[in-house]
Design a protein around this ligand. Structure first.
Ligand SMILES: C[S@@+](CC[C@H](N)C(=O)[O-])C[C@H]1O[C@@H](n2cnc3c(N)ncnc32)[C@H](O)[C@@H]1O
Length: 278
């Protein structure tokens, strides 16, 4: 079959049943990855035949996608800050809004060789990106899930980043002081979990999503440890959602850290709490 024919077949398969909102776009995206080409290349080669093995792979991917599996788990990778990270169902698929932490991290003044800690590293997208963007940095990263740590360590190896990984609950097992602590901990409030898209609820790890009643449980616990982890003048950058703000106010005040800035995403939603230790 030709590229155009397979693309049409894919769009039809993804429209059937409950269907996906953008079947044509998704079919083109999957076919491009099955071929190892860009979507632009596909458009320019619409009449070319596709090898039988690629056709079979594409059909397998289509049936998985039609069954609701997230596209990035199917192809096994997701872009973050311009690099491709391997993802498995053991880790959250990195979200574009998390790049805001990188943006904030690259704009605050840091020592020449900053000591960086990433808590709840998941795929390692933050730790690896910061290690590569700040070549003098020494980076440590941790996650409660040993399976996630294995994925993150593989990403660091594949992308040539030097990061020390450990597994454990928040940073209780982490010793030493850091100039920068970043964390995208789970912050979905309990009452929002049932309403999450099935794609997220049924496929992404619950431990990467659930943040307790108001979504801020882990953030509050972690906040109490930040004064110990931060070196004087050090910064902490924590991702959160709009509903966690109020529930974090008392914890911020009790930490003695100074809130210097709130990172807003493209929709103007407050996403990153930036704190500084005096
Ligand atoms: C929202 S995901 C973020 C993953 C990654 N940092 C990212 O931005 O894509 C949260 C991560 O926190 C981890 N996590 C959940 N509870 C934790 C805990 N008590 N201690 C350490 N990590 C935890 C989860 O396993 C998951 O990998």
């Amino acid at each position: 079959m030709t590229i155009a024919q397979l693309q049409a077949e894919g769009a039809a398969a993804l429209t059937a049943g409950d269907g996906l909102p953008n079947p044509r776009r998704e079919a083109r995206w999957l076919l491009a990855r099955a071929l190892g080409q860009t979507e632009a290349w596909l458009l320019a080669h619409a009449e070319e035949p596709v090898a039988a093995a690629t056709e079979a792979l594409f059909r397998t991917w289509l049936s998985r996608r039609a069954a609701g599996e997230p596209a990035h788990y199917i192809v096994g990778s997701c872009p973050f800050w311009g690099r491709l990270f391997a993802v498995t169902p053991a880790v959250l698929i990195p979200r574009p809004e998390t790049e805001l932490i990188v943006e904030c991290a690259l704009t605050v003044p840091e020592p020449e060789r900053p000591r960086i800690l990433d808590v709840g590293t998941g795929s390692g997208c933050l730790a690896v990106t910061l290690a590569l963007e700040l070549p003098g940095a020494s980076v440590a990263a941790t996650d409660v899930s040993p399976e996630a740590v294995a994925v993150a360590a593989a990403n660091a190896r594949a992308l040539g980043a030097s990061v020390r990984f450990t597994a454990g609950d928040l940073a209780a097992h982490v010793r030493g002081e850091f100039d920068l602590v970043v964390a995208n901990l789970p912050y979905v409030p309990a009452d929002e979990i049932p309403g999450l898209a099935v794609e997220i609820r049924a496929h992404e790890p619950h431990v990467a999503l659930a943040g307790g009643e108001d979504g801020a449980d882990l953030l509050r616990t972690f906040m109490a440890d930040l004064p110990r982890l931060l070196a004087p003048g050090g910064h902490a950058m924590l991702e959160m959602g709009p509903r966690q703000r109020a529930g974090l106010r008392a914890a911020v005040a009790a930490s003695g850290l100074v809130e210097i800035h709130r990172g807003l995403d493209h929709a103007g939603i407050e996403r990153v709490l930036v704190l500084r230790k005096a």
